[in-house]
Write a protein that binds this ligand. Structure first.
Ligand code: ADP
Ligand code: MG
Length: 273
């Protein structure tokens, strides 16, 4: 079985399409026959809601409980927190218990790697583990980055130049230097692109600005009500509107994500021969 890839979807700005991306990317990878686990690390539980649990805060056992167990040194072999979704992937719900966990982490040894220690126990069953992050750069997001091989960054075209990006990339580099040397930016990609700035050359322009330092993906996710509907439709975009522009764009993202790391792998396999 190929090595599991853990991918965090992060941006400290809210409402840029992180949770929507985790859902659709997970569903798309799963349609390609990949074994996928989605993890809601956001205390708001938006991903958990999208996946059909409209009241995440009433759920008795979620990621927050698991992380509490890890910090208390409790190791369990049963995993009731891992739920299966009808579109073929597994997921771990999150809710506001995570806020308390985040506060409590201040006093915990190796507090940056609590999530990683848990995921190391379960991730080998999967090809991809996707971590949905809260819109912040606090300890939960640091935990997600510390547990990841790659980070994907959805951005809105208007915010590309913003300080937020610099801050996020700074945090990624800090985590890479101090905690998780294998962490890489898998790619940044444009989301919620409306018709006025939806031009063929937009990716080219972004690549010119950022491409020197960061991998910019070719995928551009359009701003469309079809994607907004996904949050309450109980269906990913692939089932909600199988033949639309949004589906096409997420299909493209799935393809690009499956290519992440492949070039290096082919190269090293070649060298190893
Ligand atoms: N490409 C899109 N076009 C239109 N609406 C979108 C798109 N992506 C997400 N949305 C909607 O915008 C809101 C924020 O998206 P969400 O994925 O929750 O962002 P984040 O997780 O970054 O806060 C949600 O209501 C979602 O349904
Ligand atoms: Mg979200």
């Amino acid at each position: 079985m190929p090595k599991t890839k853990v991918i965090a979807v992060a941006n400290q700005k809210g409402g840029v399409g992180k949770s929507t991306t985790v859902y659709n990317l997970g569903a798309g990878l799963s349609m390609h026959g990949k074994k996928v686990l989605l993890v809601d690390t956001d205390p708001q539980g938006d991903l958990t809601k999208m996946l059909g649990h409209r009241k995440p805060h009433d759920m008795p056992y979620t990621l927050g409980n698991v992380l509490n167990d890890v910090t208390e040194g409790i190791l369990v072999s049963e995993h009731p927190e891992i739920l299966s979704h009808k579109e073929g992937f597994d997921f771990i719900p999150g809710n506001r218990t995570l806020s308390a966990v985040e506060v409590g982490l201040v006093n915990v040894m190796s507090r940056e790697t609590v999530l990683k220690r848990y995921l190391d126990e379960v991730k080998n069953d999967y090809d991809y583990v996707l971590l949905d992050c809260r819109p912040a750069l606090g300890m939960l997001v640091i935990n997600a980055l510390s547990a990841s091989d790659y980070v994907l960054v959805p951005v809105q075209a208007d915010y590309l130049a913003a300080e937020d990006m610099t801050e996020l990339i700074g945090t990624v580099q800090q985590v890479k230097r101090q905690i998780n040397p294998k962490l890489q930016v898998g790619g940044i990609f444009l989301t919620m692109v409306n018709d006025t700035n939806f031009r063929k050359d937009i990716v080219t322009a972004v690549k010119e600005n950022f491409g020197k330092h960061l991998p910019v993906m070719d995928t551009v996710i359009p701003l469309t009500v079809r994607l907004a509907e996904v949050s309450t439709a109980d269906k990913s975009i692939f089932l909600h509107e199988p033949r639309g522009r949004a589906t096409e764009s997420y299909r493209n993202l799935v393809k690009e994500v499956m290519e992440i790391g492949e070039k290096q792998r082919i190269k090293s396999a070649h060298i190893g021969r």
